[in-house]
Structure formats: C-alpha cells, structure tokens
Design a protein around this ligand. Structure first.
Ligand code: DGJ
Length: 698
C-alpha cells in the first residue's frame, strides 16, 4: 500500500538500523533504533506499527516524539526547542519538510516554517566501520531570535529498561557510574560549570533490562562539547521515553540568526556495554583524534609535578630527567612553576615568559639535557586563566570573565576567551615559546570552574587551539583540567591525550580507567606511576600495582625517581619495556570490561584489532568475601579459537597462596569458549594486586 503522507529514511551500520519517519511533512520521529533490520523491511509497515492508540484523558492526537518534540503539537513532555522573538515573545514553530540530501549513509533533512522564517536542519553522519551515528541539529532564522533551548536530535529511550547509567564525579574521582532508575517524569542533569567537568561527564548509557558488559542490548550517547551541557531523560505518562542533550540553557543568551548543537554521538549494541565501548573507542580513533604523526608510538612520559611541584631547580630537574630516562621515560614534561615569579598557585598565570631567576639562560640548557637523554620536551600552560597578582591582570583587568567581585577558584580568575584580543595575546605568548624552544608537547591545564556559563568562552578556546595547531602542527597537546575536568570528543579533536585524573592512587585510577574506557581508548588515556605515598589519598600501594595500572594506558611516571629502590626500578623498567613492546597493538585495539563474578575484583581485557592476541588486567580491589578466587570469565574472544595464555606475574600472589593453580607455573592453551564461559583460575591475591594475563591465538 502506498502512503504518500509518510516519508521515511533508513540508516544502517552492519550492526544497527535507525529509521526515521515523517507524517504529513512534519518533523520526523525515530520509529526504530536497534539491531539491523532486514533489507526487505517495509518502512511504512514500521510506521503503521509505531502508531499508538488513544486513551481517555489524552489529547485527540498523540503528539510525535519527534527529533525535536514540539510544544505546539501538544507534546506532553519537555520540548526539543524553546524560541523567543526579539521582543521576548514565545515562538510556536510549525515546520514543514523542505528538502533532503542523502550521500551514501549521511543524511541532511531540512524543515521550514514559512510564517516565522525559521529552518530546522537535522544532520546524521554514519560511521559504518565503528557502528556509530553522529547527529546534530541546526536552526536558521531570518529574523534574529533568542534560542533558549535546542536539543541535539532527540532519540527515544528504550521502554524495556530499568535504569540508565549516568556519570558523576569529583576531583580525584572522575567517571563514577551511577544507576538512575526510570520513573515517571523528567530527570534533568544540567552542567553549569562551564567546562566538561569532573561532576557531569556528558555521556549516558541506556542498558535494556539485565544487560551487562557482555550481553543484552544497550544504547550509548555522548554530547561532544567542552562548555557544559544539559541532559534530560523523561518518561511520559503514556509510557514513552525520551532523551535530550544540548548546550546548557543559559550558555547562549544572544539574539541570533543561527545556532548549531554540538555533535551527539550515538550507538546501539546488541552485545552489552562493551559493544558501545568498541564503537566509541573506534570512532574516536578514526574520526576524532588527529595525531601529528600517526605512526609515532605514544612515548612514556615523565611529568615532574608530584616530584617538585613549583620548586624548579635546574640541577634537580636535570638529575630527575636523567633518572626518568634511565627507567624508560621518552618525554619529559615540565609542569607548573617555570614562568615568571610562579612560586606557588597565588600568582603569575597569564605571564607566559620563562622565569629568569629559576632558568637564567632560559629553558635551553634543560631542554638540551633532556634531548641528550633521548627524550622529547613538553611544557605546561594554563592559558585561559589569570592571577590577580600578574602583569597581565594589572594591565588588562577588563579581560576577566564574569564580575570582578566573583569568588575565585584556586586563587585565580578566568580570561574572557570570546575576546579576540585575549585570543591574540595568548596565541602570541604561546606561539613565541613554541618557536623559540623545541617543545613537542603542551600540557594544557584549566584549574577552575567558570564564573558564568558561556558557550562563547568554549568557542574561544577551540579557536585558539585551532590556530595554534595550524601554526605548530607537530606539537601534541594534553587536555587537563585539574585532572579529568575536560575529557570529551570535541576537545580531543584538538588534543591528543587526556589527563584522566589528578589521582595517581592506582586503586582509584583503575576503576576510573575502567569506566572511562566506555568512551576513550587506551592511547589517549594518560596514566602515571605516582609517588609511593600517594599525595591525594595518603595510601601506599605496591610498586607492581602502580606500575602496571599505568602501563595499561598511555604510560607515564610522576613520582620523584630519587625515591625509588632498586626493586622499584626493576619493576618499573619491566612494565615500561612491556608497554613499549606492546603499544603498537594495544593502541589500535579495544578495551572491553569484564563482568567479574567476585565483586572484590575488577577487570578488563584489551584485544588486538586483528584478534590475534590479548592482555587481561584483573585487579583485586579489596578482600573477597569467599576464601578462594572465583574464576574470571574473559570476553571478546573467538569461541572456536585456541589461545595460549600465561600469567606474567605469578610472583605477585598473596603469601598465603599455597595451592597449584596451573597459571602459577605454566602456560596453558584453552578455547575462547572455555575462557569466556568458565573462565580462568587465579592464585589468591591481596588487595592492590593486578594480574596480567597474556593470550596469543594458537
Ligand atoms: C592540575 C593538574 O591536574 C596537575 O597535574 C598539575 O598540572 C597542576 N594543575 C599544576 O598546577
């Protein structure tokens, strides 16, 4: 049957289908999002099946949960846009289909409101290789209007789901996973902190009932913006559910003729959360991060922050650099404290010139020494900030963002990055240093929340980064914001590494890394061996645990190497050598989270892209409830393939371990089926033990 009143669009990856349908030229609705539909599926029949009944107490039509639900259509929940004219009067849009462009699998749809002169544009780009869609919405208006809210294309949330998984966090505790049960009404998360933030990572996982890391269906979303966001999940009284992401509502207050949301990355997995992790990690690798030299392996870092803090003495730094190189470092990053009068965090931000008292001949002698040790050199900046006690503030108090009577953060103020003068100043300061010195790496920090939420601030930072990247294309950049306060896909279009957390406590770091792996692959996730006595938790953890947690991502050191014993050095060298020998496949592979049956154990497996080998990192996080370790089930292996597996570090077993689990002494060959179904038996372990199990396909 032909239904001229319906228009449909279908987008596919090998694992999922997304079908949109529009009735009578109205804004389209996602009528199917899930596992791939057969090619022969009749999309009109899908539309017919998606048509709801009408019950008592309802309006006479069920308003569509479209890609931008409209209050003017009687939508009974949160609308996807809120617009006002220049006088502040609410605008009620009535969009009608205008045109479409479909290139391969990339879709652009435009809908126009004749009366108001406003166009809504929906863009969907399909990454077939990584099973992911990138969606964004744009508005164009002939008269200038206020856009109080525009959601990225709105997606229906599954009704066969008990809860969503949200992210929260804090300084030294990023990427905490929270269960948010579905219930009637709207749940709103709005990040008004002006940066991606520790508190509200802009991601959401929607598992269907009983889904876990490795089974069941799940939907994953990430809003790629570094200036905060608003996310809402809503269950309507008729049972339908929606999820919306967009900029924070207060971040774009100006009259405008156009607006574009940030990209919303969306994926569906029929194989649990790990399918989503694979999609996000793969998409980030192939479409987001742009390394100056893709063939250059990720070097082992040494960062001097926790060794010396602001106390920069050139002889001490040279000594530390030599020791760092001898244990495997390949890049030395000079952290905070190198610039004019910066002796603590009370002053100097903005004055980006080398401190002559600490470095009388500039940075050249230190850099030459570092180069003589075969290491590259990196330098810390915090460009968006200014200290009240600085030459910059004294000459430009007018460059500060927000009111001058604001409460400061880390005794510092923020520069108004939307001002071209500010961007030009910072570009010149940073570019001059990058031209004068052979700096291959910037650690770009951002140590406070903003006094006001303002998207123009974020766009200003992006512009500055873009300009610097063009002028200095070989310089890599790390995104740091008191640790992981600015970790998102949009900043990673301009940077190459995330400083995931200021916590170098390896127990804390391990679970943070495990959760962050839902979105971020190994090669962009920085992880350092911190001091023996952890500066942020006060804990003392075994060197083997600290070393191997760091080796499981983009490895680095941050302890004072002068504190290391011979045993420490041997263990660190072994981990660094292993990292160097394996990074070529680890940094093209995929991290998958294990479903551990012992709640005191947390684990992951990293699989080579060609499935030829793997390494599993299995951490004893606390004391188990039962006497003996439960078998650990691996995942992501080929059921019929045989794997030769070995335990790299049987010596790390607990002193109470008296039995003979085979891996204590021998390698063994087992099928993927067995390893995933029954799992491996490990020796007894004390908390803060990290088992390293390596597997090669036989
Ligand atoms: C916060 C960062 O996260 C630390 O690693 C360090 O760079 C300090 N800032 C320096 O002030």
């Amino acid at each position: 049957m032909i239904h001229p009143e319906y228009q449909q669009w279908r987008l596919d990856t090998p694992q999922q289908s997304l079908v949109l349908s529009s009735e009578n030229a109205a804004l389209p609705t996602v009528i199917y999002w899930g596992s791939s539909l057969p090619a022969a599926e009749d999309l009109t029949a899908l539309m017919q099946m998606a048509t709801y009944d009408i019950n008592g107490g309802s309006l006479d039509q069920i308003a569509p949960l479209s890609v931008c639900p409209q209050a003017s259509e009687g939508f009974p929940g949160q609308a996807g846009m809120a617009l006002r004219d220049a006088q502040g009067k609410a605008l009620w849009t009535n969009f009608c289909f205008k045109e479409q462009t479909l290139h391969e699998n990339d879709l652009v749809l435009r809908f126009h409101d004749e009366n108001l002169g406003i166009t809504y544009q929906l863009d969907i780009v399909t990454d077939t290789a990584n099973n992911l869609f990138t969606l964004s919405a744009k508005l164009f208006s002939d008269p200038a209007i206020y856009i109080d809210w525009l959601a990225a294309p709105v997606l229906p949330a599954p009704q066969n789901s008990d809860h969503t998984l949200e992210f929260s966090g804090r300084w030294c505790g990023e990427f905490q996973l929270n269960i948010a049960p579905w219930s009637a009404g709207c749940r709103l998360r709005e990040n008004l902190l002006g940066r991606t933030s520790h508190e509200h990572f802009p991601g959401l996982i929607m598992p269907t009932t009983n889904a876990d890391n490795n089974s069941g269906s799940a939907y994953g979303l990430h809003y790629g913006f570094s200036g905060g966001h608003k996310m809402l999940t809503e269950e309507l009284s008729d049972g339908r559910r929606q999820v919306q992401f967009g900029h924070p509502t207060q971040s774009d207050r100006k009259l405008t003729n156009s607006f574009e949301t940030a990209p919303l990355y969306a994926s569906y997995s029929a194989v649990g959360l790990n399918g989503l992790a694979r999609s996000f990690q793969g998409h980030l690798r192939s479409a987001i991060v742009n390394f100056p030299d893709a063939n250059k392996p990720r070097p082992v870092h040494y960062n001097c922050w926790e060794a010396v803090y602001f106390d920069h003495d050139i002889d001490v730094l040279k000594d530390i650099a030599a020791r760092a190189a001898s244990i495997g470092a390949e890049r030395f990053v000079l952290d905070d404290g190198w610039f004019k009068k910066r002796h603590n965090d009370l002053s100097s931000l903005g004055d980006w010139v080398v401190d002559k008292a600490k470095f009388p001949q500039g940075l050249h002698p230190l850099i030459q020494h570092i180069h003589s040790l075969q290491m590259g050199f990196g330098l810390w900046f915090e460009p968006e900030m200014v200290s009240e006690d600085s030459d910059l503030y004294r000459s430009h108090p007018d460059w500060v963002l927000g009111p001058l009577h604001q409460v400061q953060g880390r005794q510092q103020l923020v520069l108004n990055m939307s001002l071209l003068d500010v961007q030009n100043y910072l570009f010149t300061q940073i570019s001059t240093l990058l031209s004068e010195y052979p700096i291959e790496y910037i650690k770009w920090d951002h140590n406070r929340v903003l006094p006001v939420v303002d998207a123009a601030q974020t766009q200003g930072v992006y512009s500055l980064l873009d300009r610097l990247r063009i002028a200095h294309p070989n310089v890599e950049i790390e995104s740091c914001s008191s640790g992981g306060g600015r970790a998102d896909f949009e900043i990673l279009k301009r940077t190459h590494r995330l400083w995931l957390s200021d916590s170098n406590d390896a127990l804390e770091r391990f679970w943070m890394q495990n959760n962050a792996a839902l979105f971020f692959p190994s090669e962009v996730t920085g992880s350092h061996i911190g001091p023996a006595h952890c500066h942020t938790s006060g804990r003392e953890l075994p060197i083997a645990f600290r070393a191997w947690v760091a080796a499981s991502r983009h490895m680095g050191f941050e302890m004072d190497p002068r504190e290391l014993s011979d045993v420490d050095i041997t263990i660190i060298k072994e981990a660094a050598d292993w990292y160097k020998a394996n990074r070529h496949w680890l940094h093209n592979g995929f991290i998958q989270r294990l479903d551990c049956d012992d709640k005191a154990v947390l684990g992951e497996i990293q699989l080579a892209a060609d499935d030829s080998q793997f390494v599993a990192f299995i951490a004893q996080m606390e004391v188990s409830a039962q006497t003996l370790p439960r078998p650990v089930r691996l995942c992501g292996l080929e059921t019929d393939s045989m794997y030769n597996i070995s335990l790299r570090n049987p010596q790390d077993r607990a002193p109470t371990s008296r039995g003979a689990p085979v891996l204590k002494e021998h390698n063994i060959t087992l099928s993927g089926q067995y390893l995933m179904q029954r799992g491996i038996s490990l020796p007894v372990a004390f908390p803060a033990t990290l088992w390293i199990i390596e597997g090669i396909k036989a």
